[in-house]
Ligand binder design. Structure first.
Ligand code: NI
Ligand code: MN
Length: 225
């Protein structure tokens, strides 16, 4: 499994020959100007919630690639009305996709579309694929529900928001890492705009002091699991 950071909360995940894109918000992110959405591959697009900083580039990419949009019922219905293909889910549900098993899990956040219309409940994803298991938390507060995840899944990597203000910050992300029993964390949802700027070295040190590993990737950089 290969994971690429496209800035903010946007990720590319490659499992065998299948390309997954998560929460594409690239064209309006000046920090991600070297990422060209026209050349991104996508068989599936996973969306954690309906906020603009998670769905901005979905329409253009999905229309070009015919990717299947996987998210909550309301978000998938929204994109199906625009002519795209989707797989609707809701919280607590899981499905065996060709890239592995995916469960749509709780997040504590909101989920309106940019025009204010209802975007269902926000969520995160637990993916069990190719002998590697990952958790993509989405935008969320620290929540006790995270303790449910290790009851069923031994995680190899957790992708957690760390920018604070709109989501968990560093201290809560460290507690989340305890709750999900995964000490290997990839941070996201930081630095994109003023409210969520963080001190990288301080963040890494705080994780390190608790015996944990916080990875912060350059935009466009990948890790292999
Ligand atoms: Ni959000
Ligand atoms: Mn967000």
């Amino acid at each position: 499994m290969k994971i690429t950071f496209y800035g903010h909360a946007s990720l590319g995940i490659k499992v065998n020959d299948i390309y997954i894109l998560v929460d594409p918000f690239i064209t309006a992110n000046p920090k991600a100007s070297k990422i060209h959405t026209e050349s991104l591959k996508a068989d599936y697009i996973l969306l954690t919630h309906a906020h603009q900083d998670h769905i901005l580039d979905v329409e253009a990419i999905a229309k070009r690639t015919n990717a299947v949009i996987v998210s909550n019922f309301e978000i998938v219905s929204h994109f199906e009305k625009l002519g795209m293909e989707g797989h609707p889910m809701n919280l607590g549900g899981q499905w065996d996709f060709e890239f592995g098993n995916l469960k749509y899990v709780n997040a504590i956040h909101t989920s309106s579309f940019p025009d204010g219309s209802y975007g269902g409940q926000p969520g995160g994803f637990v993916i069990e694929g190719e002998h590697k298991n990952i958790y993509i938390a989405g935008d969320t507060a620290l929540t006790m529900d995270m303790k449910l995840i290790p009851l069923q899944t031994k995680l190899d990597l957790a992708i957690l928001p760390i920018g604070d203000n709109f989501t968990m910050g560093i201290e809560d992300a460290i507690l989340a890492s305890d709750f999900i029993e995964c000490d290997k964390v990839l941070g996201y949802h930081y630095d994109t705009f003023g409210y969520i700027e963080i001190d990288h070295e301080e963040a890494k040190r705080k994780f390190y002091e608790k015996g944990k590993d916080l990875m912060l990737l350059e935009i466009g950089e990948s890790i292999e699991l």
